[in-house]
Design a protein around this ligand. Structure first.
Ligand code: UDP
Length: 388
């Protein structure tokens, strides 16, 4: 390790951020303690086999690995075998089933046509509201690009259920996660590398944490008062919880899963969305279809219901509207007054992060920390600005 003495580093949270930062620092010779309040590692990408059916269940909802980042892809493949997997989502809306994301098949199904790509593009352009030149809200973005009919069928109801808010109140950025395609490509993601870890995400994270310099402690809830004595702390828990919610609570959506089982194939695909607001769930996940290389007679399904996250619920999606951003800004100011701590990941920086981005940022964070030790510089409180 050259001139740098081994440091004693605490990682709060054993999800992807904590595991990856811990591993990188452990490999550089530092002593790492990783704690998690829950009884398991891997955070919300935790998977486990159902005892009755042997199906690999995504316990906190569906997680599909997809990235364009070849370093991140190489990284996860070091620790687990990934099997190519394409996410092909369907949606039940207005008493029919359609292909998602909106593609040429969806458009032809929905409007009952046989349009070719150029024809469909022109047709959808006439449907879109061209008077909206600078769409800022989710609704404007949808009306501008796909028009009223597709918006009502596929986005409005689902989004009201998912976010508990009218799409007029939500930012356009949420919808920008979804493409509209004028060909028959129904791959939900447009990324070069896509796959599922053969034995689930828990094994992946366990592999990352498996290093002689890493000690993992579960069922361990640490607060700001418990972390003295470390050379540095990386916190991937909620930033507002770290400061004991002293400035109020940041809003999250939480999910309730109604689990049910079935013998055979219940829905014929892994993810079926439900666009109608009259159906209370957003989607149903049939977990065995995430492992198409396995064969199971029994099936485990999750009906997914979204609601506002209460104090004792598990936070999933940061809401990030104007009021939350104000509160977030106050917590960020508070965090900047701390030293010896860096806030990381989805909860530490209150951002809607996919798994690959979480790993990318964790790798960058570890590098910045190692460089800061060499240069004898202070480690920043945030590597990514939470307000961006
Ligand atoms: N969305 C929608 N209809 C759908 C799927 C998604 O309106 O059938 C909207 C919804 O607001 C959702 C967002 O697009 O929150 C992003 O969807 P994505 O599938 O990326 O969400 P995730 O899988 O992360 O929950």
């Amino acid at each position: 390790m050259g001139e740098v003495q081994p440091k004693s580093v605490l990682l709060v949270g054993a999800g992807l951020s904590g595991a990856v930062i811990g591993r990188e620092l452990a490999e550089a010779g530092h002593q790492i303690r990783v704690v998690d309040a829950r009884p398991h590692i891997a955070g919300n990408c935790y998977t486990e086999r159902d005892a009755d059916t042997q199906v690999m269940v995504h316990v906190y909802g569906p997680h599909i690995f997809h990235t364009d980042d070849s370093e991140v892809w190489g990284y996860v493949n070091r620790f687990a075998k990934f099997i190519p997997y394409k996410n092909r989502v369907k949606i039940t809306a207005q008493k029919r089933v359609f292909s998602l994301p909106i593609n040429l098949h969806t458009i032809n199904q929905f409007f009952g046509g046989t349009m070719r790509p150029d024809e469909a593009r022109e047709f959808i352009t006439t449907k879109g509201d061209s008077s909206i030149t600078d769409p800022k809200t989710f609704e404007d973005q949808a009306l501008r690009f796909v028009g009223q009919d597709l918006y009502e069928a596929f986005f409005k109801g689902y989004t009201v259920k998912q976010w508990g808010r009218h799409p007029k109140e939500l930012p356009a950025s949420i919808l920008k996660r979804l493409p509209v395609r004028f060909n028959y490509d129904d791959d939900y993601f447009a990324h070069r590398f896509q796959g599922m870890p053969e034995n689930g995400y828990t094994e992946l994270v366990a592999g990352i944490l498996d290093h002689p310099n890493i000690k993992v402690e579960l069922d361990t809830h640490l607060t700001r008062d418990d972390v003295a004595g470390y050379d540095h702390v990386f916190n991937s828990g909620p930033i507002d919880a770290w400061f004991a919610h002293s400035l109020g609570r940041l809003s999250y959506r939480t999910l309730d899963f109604r689990r049910f089982t079935y013998t055979g194939d219940y829905q014929g695909c892994a993810v079926m969305n439900y666009g109608d607001v009259s159906v209370p769930w957003t989607r149903i996940t049939e977990h065995k279809h995430f492992s198409p290389w396995e064969s199971h007679e029994g099936s485990v399904l999750y009906e997914e219901h979204s609601r506002e996250c209460g104090p004792d619920d598990i936070p999933y999606y940061p809401v990030r509207l104007v009021t939350e951003k104000q509160v977030l800004g106050d917590y960020v100011d508070m965090a900047y007054k701390e030293s010896g701590i860096t806030f990381v990941g989805r909860l530490g920086t209150y951002r809607y992060l996919d798994m690959d981005v979480t790993i990318r940022e964790a790798l960058d964070t570890a590098r910045i920390y190692l460089d800061s030790l060499k240069a004898k510089k202070q480690m920043p409180v945030f590597v990514k600005d939470p307000l961006m």
